[in-house]
Ligand binder design. Structure first.
Ligand SMILES: CC(C)(COP(=O)(O)OP(=O)(O)OC[C@H]1O[C@@H](n2cnc3c(N)ncnc32)[C@H](O)[C@@H]1OP(=O)(O)O)[C@@H](O)C(=O)NCCC(=O)NCCS
Length: 174
């Protein structure tokens, strides 16, 4: 059964494989940790950074909570929640990030991760979240709409990985 768990060192090597799949396939709109940085000590080396991020204490990063998606002992993907929506997030990475390892695409996991992630957002006391989605990312827009996403607008933005592109902004009311 699919579930979202807190980051856990027992899934570290599978997490590295997941990152490698994304880097090998050059998915412009989603780039997880560089797998070259994930060595045997990576989990403990970064634990303090992630703890500080949850408190909003990492300069240049929004306060954010990271979850890993697993199914029956297999690493499936991840979910990130950024509960304090500000102007940078509104025009950047939004309230939510989610992804599925490429070898598990097309099995319903993306839809399931977002659905469970919205339950987490509700538990945080949020009444709505913003998803920002590259206009070319048809599958994510589809999943967002299936989870109640309401298109607010499309804006033109620029970032390092995606260049100048059109971004869809969806609200999901919780
Ligand atoms: C987006 C992502 C999470 C989807 O994960 P997934 O597990 O493959 O998604 P699911 O299997 O739950 O759902 C895929 C849906 O897209 C549909 N779909 C697949 N290809 C499609 C296409 N070319 N056009 C339209 N819909 C398509 C499927 O039919 C399915 O919808 P359905 O259940 O109504 O039939 C995954 O592709 C991913 O990790 N992408 C990179 C990260 C990313 O883009 N994250 C979102 C950032 S906003």
């Amino acid at each position: 059964m699919l579930k979202l768990i807190r980051r856990n060192p027992s899934f570290m090597s599978a997490y590295k494989e997941y990152c490698q799949e994304f880097w090998d396939n050059n998915i412009l709109w989603f780039r997880p940790t560089n797998p070259q940085n994930i060595d045997a000590n990576w989990f403990e080396r970064t634990a303090d950074w992630y703890a500080k991020k949850e408190q909003g204490l990492v300069p240049g990063y929004a306060k954010g909570f990271h979850y890993w998606a697993v199914d029956d002992g297999r690493f499936i993907g991840e979910f990130q929640l950024r509960p304090d929506l500000d102007e940078d997030l509104m025009t950047g990475i939004g309230s939510i990030g989610y992804s599925v390892r490429i070898t598990e695409w097309g099995k319903g996991y993306g839809k399931g991760i977002l659905k469970q992630g919205l339950d987490i957002a509700r538990d945080f006391g949020l009444d709505k979240v913003l998803l920002t989605i590259n206009d070319d990312n048809i599958i994510s827009s589809h999943i967002c709409e299936m989870n109640g996403g309401i298109l607010m607008d499309k804006i033109t933005v620029e970032n390092k990985d995606e260049g100048v592109h059109i971004m869809r902004r969806y609200w999901i009311y919780l």
